[in-house]
Design a protein around this ligand. Structure first.
Ligand SMILES: Nc1ncnc2c1ncn2[C@@H]1O[C@H](COP(=O)(O)OP(=O)(O)OP(=O)(O)O)[C@@H](O)[C@H]1O
Ligand SMILES: [Mg+2]
Length: 643
């Protein structure tokens, strides 16, 4: 036994040398990359540029990427690899024992050896099963850890992306790679990869044993392998394209579902459920079609590549039978060889399915990869400085210009200064650029040209984290989470004491409302705060902003749902709570900005008025303001419509 083992190893070494010299991986055909992927050829970490070896350039780029991701989990994969190797070696035991049984034990009628043979066959099967299962378990664990790491990396990456990306990408599309593609990759790691490994090991060990048994018969079978290779090559691109279509259909479905389920009530109010269902049906039908196409392509692939199996069987029976008749091969040898050929081609025909499965996983890898490669448009400068709370909250715009992708040169502010602690109101028609101006201060976007400074420091040179702590931008529709009132309030300051929470709640006029709630501050407010009113949502968001204690607070119509008298009180309380902070309030209501000492009027991206609202005519009588209405496109539209 040890002699044949040595021979097997010797032949394996020779084969490997031949294979390396020939530069044509005939024997280690499809599977070598997967082995390499499992630890022997892994490159440096994903994002780093790396030198491409001869093997890595031969590997599909998806596998190269995956191999870099699994590098930290190499020990798990190595342990799994050893288990699977041992299992594959045990798989060879059965045909060899069969040969021994037919050629020696049965003719010599040795009962003791028969029992031993039965024991060995049992050991071969069960040992293989136990070892490959353990190998798969280890691989699954590694894959789960990989999934966790990938999810966290992707989430981390998505958290860095800027407003530009989120205003352009539906939530469903953003979310999708975090769900299915990562699952696919996990499947690839936990199920497909061990299966490929098993297939490769079984096939290569079987081949070596076949060579030992009968080199001639093995050579007769070997030329059939290129049939598989040719079929694989032929179907490769079609399978990849089909897999990509399946993925993009899933993405479209996920996007639709997210949008639909988050707006079921408005859809009901518009009476458009059936229309949405028809859209859903169309999307699902496309998905089904794409799946079917992928399936039929993989079936054709399986049919064509399994041709090799059938031809090999025929060759063994025909040529092997002739060898038995001519006495160059024993009957036991033929039976063992037949068993080995099935063992060789079984994984080979399975490889077709595995290959189709791998293509699906590759499509997921491509999606994940592109998600991880996204980069934010607003980033920290290399020499970004920290911003302390003591920094004066003065805002200076110098020659600032900004435009969106579809609306270039939307905003132009040659010069604007807002002093520390100043309280400024901004008004102007819809689409004038008020929110855009505010978002530039919070650096949700970067200016196209010019600079915005906070107390002499260019905001591009301030650490983003500090800037966002320093500047609080509150939109009209506040972001609230499905949690309790206190959870929402403490979102910005988890350690805020209860008495501060109560004080903030009182300053926005929610004291009595909260006191009357059965659970007080621990009352749940529903998804997005839908269990409280619009005005209460805005008040809650203002209370949260007060707790944050920003040095610059921008309320972008953040009090629009409050009745004017309450709004005045709330604004007064904000002024008291954030005494030294700069306050910018964007509003359409004269009653709001009449309480301010300074009003900026924006029109078509430019400041057309800057002064005391009481001295500006339009503040009291909007229609009488010539400079405003003359340039107001909306008023023009309205006039045209009423004619
Ligand atoms: N993400 C975006 N992508 C492209 N264009 C945008 C985007 N956001 C706003 N715009 C456009 O920029 C212009 C200014 O928008 P902005 O939101 O600043 O107006 P606004 O003065 O705040 O209006 P409103 O009073 O209605 O809130 C508008 O014409 C708007 O269509
Ligand atoms: Mg706005």
């Amino acid at each position: 036994m040890s002699l044949s083992c040595r021979r097997v190893l010797l032949i394996a070494k020779k084969l490997y040398a031949i294979e390396r010299k020939a530069d044509a991986p005939l024997i280690l055909w499809t599977s070598f990359p997967y082995l390499a992927n499992l630890g022997f050829q892994v490159g440096p970490l994903s994002s780093l540029p790396h030198k491409r070896s001869r093997w890595s350039s031969w590997l599909p780029s998806e596998l190269q990427w995956l191999s870099r991701q699994i590098r930290p989990l190499l020990h798990w994969h190595l342990a799994s690899f050893l288990c699977i190797t041992a299992g594959s070696l045990l798989a060879l035991l059965t045909p060899l024992v069969l040969k021994w049984l037919i050629d020696q034990i049965i003719p010599q009628r040795k009962m003791g050896l028969l029992v031993l043979a039965v024991g060995l066959i049992f050991l071969g099967y069960q040992g293989r099963m136990a070892l490959t299962s353990l190998g798969s378990y280890l691989m699954l664990t590694a894959a789960q850890r990989l999934t966790l790491t990938l999810r966290m990396s992707l989430l981390g990456r998505l958290d860095t992306l800027s407003a530009e990306y989120y205003e352009d990408t539906p939530v469903g599309s953003v979310m999708y790679p975090l769900k299915e593609p990562i699952e696919e990759v996990a499947y690839f790691g936990s199920d497909l990869l061990p299966a490929i490994l098993r297939m490769f090991l079984t096939a290569s060990f079987t081949l070596v044993t076949m060579f030992v048994l009968s080199p001639l018969l093995t050579l007769a079978v070997l030329p059939l392998m290129p049939v598989f290779l040719i079929a694989r090559q032929h179907f490769r691109r079609r399978l990849a394209a089909n897999a990509d279509t399946v993925q993009s259909n899933r993405l479209a479905w996920s996007t639709f579902l997210e949008e639909h389920l988050s707006s079921v009530i408005p859809i009901q109010l518009l009476g458009q459920e059936k229309r949405q269902e028809r859209r859903a049906f169309r999307l699902l039908a496309h998905g089904v079609k794409a799946q079917q196409k992928l399936f039929t392509t993989s079936v054709s692939f399986t049919v064509w590549s399994s041709m090799a199996v059938v031809l090999a069987m025929c060759a063994v029976i025909g040529y092997g039978g002739e060898m038995v008749l001519s006495g160059t091969l024993s009957i036991g040898g033929l039976v063992a060889f037949y068993g080995l050929v099935t063992q060789l081609f079984d994984p080979l025909s399975g490889a077709a399915d595995l290959y189709a499965g791998a293509q699906k996983s590759f499509a997921s890898v491509r999606q994940l990869k592109s998600g991880l490669e996204l980069s934010p448009s607003v980033t920290n400068a290399a020499a970004a400085v920290c911003l302390s709370r003591e920094h004066p909250p003065q805002i200076d715009f110098t020659e600032v210009g900004f435009g969106y992708r579809r609306q270039k040169q939307m905003l132009h502010i040659p010069s604007l200064q807002i002093l520390p602690g100043e309280q400024v109101a901004i008004a102007g028609e819809n689409g004038a650029g008020k929110s855009t101006l505010a978002k530039l201060i919070a650096r949700l976007y970067d200016t196209d040209y010019g600079t915005i400074r906070i107390g002499t420091v260019d905001i591009r040179n301030i650490q983003l984290k500090d800037l966002r702590q320093y500047v609080c931008y509150l939109p009209r529709d506040p972001v609230l989470f499905d949690g309790t009132l206190s959870f929402n309030l403490r979102f910005v300051r988890p350690a805020a004491p209860d008495h501060e929470l109560h004080a903030a709640i009182r300053s926005v006029g929610l004291g009595q409302f909260v006191a009357a709630l059965p659970d007080g501050l621990h009352q749940r407010i529903g998804p997005g705060g839908c269990q409280i009113s619009g005005g209460q949502r805005q008040r809650l968001a203002i209370a949260r902003a007060i707790l944050q204690q920003p040095r610059i607070l921008i309320l972008d119509e953040a009090t629009s749902c409050l009745e004017p008298s309450s709004e005045r009180v709330v604004l007064g309380n904000i002024r008291r709570a954030l005494r030294a902070s700069t306050l910018i309030v964007i509003s359409h209501r004269a009653s709001t900005f009449s309480t301010f000492g300074r009003l900026l009027v924006l029109c078509r991206g430019e400041i057309v008025e800057d002064g005391n609202p009481h001295s500006l005519k339009f503040a009291t009588s909007r229609t009488s303001n010539q400079s405003f209405s003359a340039v107001s496109t909306i008023e023009g539209d309205l006039r045209d419509a009423s004619l």
